[in-house]
Design a protein around this ligand. Structure first.
Ligand SMILES: Nc1ncnc2c1ncn2[C@@H]1O[C@H](COP(=O)(O)OP(=O)(O)O)[C@@H](O)[C@H]1O
Ligand SMILES: [Mg+2]
Length: 254
């Protein structure tokens, strides 16, 4: 592991009126300001509804490890010039392990890490195929899912620090299973993964820690007890129990 805890030092804790505005009003960010967020397992998932603050958190964590918040790898020579920090990233600090401190303080080429965000990963498949330090394959000629899978395979092949935001977005069920296996292997091989997801498949990665975020802030929740899993179970069991509230005729076309 490389990062043990994310926190906001007292000296950087915002005061009102800044604290009364975004992002400090998002419940999970308020909880982070109050308690910090500890990482206890090599693989951690952040699970929660749209708007609960997952992207805000993972982006700031990626920035804290000096990964480009736009998405990209650690130690890149030609990142965007002076990427501007997010308001949370500007005050968030990471407590690193000895290995994390060594990696952050060490030479550029020794830095292993990657920030994958769904919004920009597609542009990466279009533009970075064949670029030195990325992947050799021409991902612009692949399907979204194939391109994403190529990124995962080539960029997450070492014990580094990997931050991902909804990496499942382009993936089929089977590709999600492969990504789950990759996450598991990474966790066992000395890497650390922090991943925001809506995928019950990814969240089931054996040995992973799951933090459910929402109005309550954050809480550690076993997979079986996740709201996400409960909704999927009930939906797959009986789609109409959900659709009758949303679709004319109760979703009953028979
Ligand atoms: N740049 C921004 N300025 C103001 N509010 C924002 C900004 N980015 C996100 N938000 C708000 O912060 C909340 C959390 O957003 P986000 O972290 O993207 O949630 P999630 O990734 O869990 O869907 C949402 O209510 C969203 O509208
Ligand atoms: Mg998001």
């Amino acid at each position: 592991m490389f990062v043990r805890r994310a926190y906001i030092p007292d000296s950087l804790t915002p005061e009102p009126p800044e604290r009364d505005g975004w992002p400090f009003t998002v419940p999970c960010v308020a909880a982070l300001v109050e308690h910090g967020l500890t990482f206890t397992h090599p693989v951690t998932f952040l699970v929660g509804d749209n708007g609960s603050g997952k992207s805000t958190l993972v982006e700031a964590i990626a920035e804290g490890f000096r990964l480009d918040p736009y998405g990209g790898r650690a130690g890149a020579r030609t990142g965007r010039p002076n990427p501007r920090k997010s308001p949370l990233g500007a005050v968030l600090r990471l407590e690193t392990t000895a290995a994390g401190a060594r990696m952050l303080g060490g030479p550029r080429l020794k830095k292993k890490g990657f920030f994958l965000r769904a919004e920009t990963a597609f542009a990466m498949t279009e533009n970075l195929g064949g670029v030195p330090g990325y992947w050799a394959e021409d991902t612009s000629r692949m399907s979204h899912g194939e391109g994403f899978t190529t990124i995962f395979r080539t960029m997450m092949n070492a014990p580094g620090f990997y931050v991902m935001d909804e990496p499942e977005s382009a993936l089929s069920f089977t590709s999600c299973l492969h990504l789950t296996a990759l996450m598991y292997e990474l966790g066992r091989s000395g890497a650390q993964v922090i991943c925001a997801t809506h995928s019950p498949i990814l969240a089931a990665t054996p040995g992973a820690d799951i933090i459910e975020i929402g109005e309550h802030g954050f809480r550690r929740t076993p997979w079986e007890k996740l709201e996400l899993v409960d909704h999927w179970r009930r939906y797959l069991d009986n789609p109409r129990s959900y659709l009758r509230h949303l679709v004319d005729g109760g979703g009953d076309d028979g």
